[in-house]
Design a protein around this ligand. Sequence first.
Ligand code: ZN
Length: 73
Amino acid sequence: MSSRQLFACPHCNAKMKVTASKLEASLFRVSYFQCSNVFCGFTARGEFAITHQVSPSNMPNPDVNLDVFRKTA
Ligand SMILES: [Zn+2]
C-alpha cells in the first residue's frame, strides 16, 4: 500500500492511516482507516473497487469483464 493519503478524517480533517487492507476479490479491496489525531479517535471501514476499463490489457484475463469507461464532456 502506498503511503499516499487516501482520506482526511471527515470529523477533524487529520490524516487517516490505513490500519488493515484485504483484497477480497481481484477487483475489490476492503480497508480499515484510523484517524491519526488521538483526541479524535475516529475509525472507519472503506471499500475500493475497479469499476471500468479505460484501456485494454495486452494480457487479458477472460474472467475479467469490465464496462468500458467513456469520458464525458
Ligand atoms: Zn479525526
